[in-house]
Design a protein around this ligand. Structure first.
Ligand code: RIB
Ligand code: CA
Length: 318
């Protein structure tokens, strides 16, 4: 039976890749998209989530709008320099035809987890605000969540949003630290692995040759993302961030993981948003004492990961 998932997302160009990938994977049943700020303001990411489902001809899937700001402070800095002012490479898509459901994202998550206790996997690929709000709104919810597989964090490497922190975590460190206290199984697809999953220029160029609406949309939005990466990597390859969480769901055997409890730096100052792993799996010291160990992805069979995602984008059900 297909694994029930909710993707919590801030589309976002790499979010679009991940959403299409999940929709094309028969192993997954996407119960809904919940939206969050991050690559854009929540108005923008919600409109993009609706648009992506229209492009994929999956408007049967609900979109639930999430938080507009983090636990502390206001959200003022969408990553428009990476994803465009419209969050989709500035290709000026028409407004979506559909509307989000009435339930806010945290309510939607709570409803679905209670409708299918033990069966729903949460796949956050943006800041963790909605997940944390759901956990706080219903104590014990974490024991009814099948697992959380998230894109975020940097345990053994530098950050990408600041030298200390990864973009999803640093946009709401308080929320992230609440999530890392949850009792359900958690897998972290952070920069430790996603910055090793490099999609090369030749592969990216080939996406435009795939004749389906999803690939054609990606071919339109990727140039903006690649121009950003040219400033970071010096060429137009990209790090595959969000899709790597989907590949972990589908082919975990392609990944190397270690287990550690994780604490998030919620202090102000230079280290804010850094994810700190414990020194070993059962760290009984200090802040790590009462936390379960989570799975941290530290490596992957990159050619196999890239090949698998590309096969799914091209419709071939492998
Ligand atoms: O650090 C990468 C993450 O930040 C990805 O989820 C990307 O979409 C942005 O949200
Ligand atoms: Ca994202």
């Amino acid at each position: 039976m297909a694994e029930k998932i909710i993707i919590d997302t801030d589309p976002g160009i790499d979010d679009a890749m991940a959403i299409f990938y999940a929709l094309e994977s028969p192993e997954l049943e996407v119960l809904g998209l919940t939206t969050i700020f991050g690559n854009g303001f929540t108005d923008v990411t919600t409109a993009n989530a609706l648009k992506l489902l229209e492009i994929a001809e999956r408007t049967d899937i609900p979109v639930s709008r999430g938080a507009d700001h983090p636990f502390k402070g206001k959200f003022t800095d969408p990553a428009t320099f990476v994803h465009g002012d419209d969050g989709q490479g500035n290709i000026n898509l028409p407004a979506p035809l559909g509307k989000p459901v009435d339930e806010r994202a945290s309510e939607f998550i709570i409803q679905k987890v209670n409708e299918f206790p033990g069966e729903v996997t949460l796949v956050p690929i943006g800041p963790l605000t909605n997940i944390a709000l759901a956990l706080l709104a219903e104590p014990g919810l974490d024991k009814k969540i099948k697992r959380i597989v998230l894109m975020g964090g940097n345990c053994f490497c530098a950050g990408n949003a600041t030298p200390a922190a990864e973009a999803n975590i640093v946009k709401d460190p308080e929320a992230a630290d609440i999530v890392f206290r949850a009792a359900c199984p958690i897998t972290v697809c952070g920069l430790d692995v996603t910055e090793k999953v490099l999609m090369k220029a030749a592969v990216l160029d080939s996406i435009g040759e795939i004749d389906n609406p999803r690939a054609q949309h990606l071919a339109k939005i990727l140039p903006f993302y690649r121009s950003f990466y040219k400033t970071v990597l010096g060429d137009t390859d990209i790090h595959v961030h969000d899709s790597t969480a989907i590949t972990y769901l589908l082919r975990p055997e392609l990944f190397t993981v270690i287990k550690r409890p994780v604490v998030v730096a919620t202090c102000n100052g230079v280290g804010r948003g850094k994810t700190f792993p414990g020194r070993h799996e059962f760290d009984h010291m200090g802040l790590w004492k009462d936390r379960q160990a989570v799975e941290i992805c530290i490596n992957a069979d990159v050619p196999a990961v890239i090949d698998f995602e590309m096969k799914r984008l091209a419709d071939s059900k492998v």
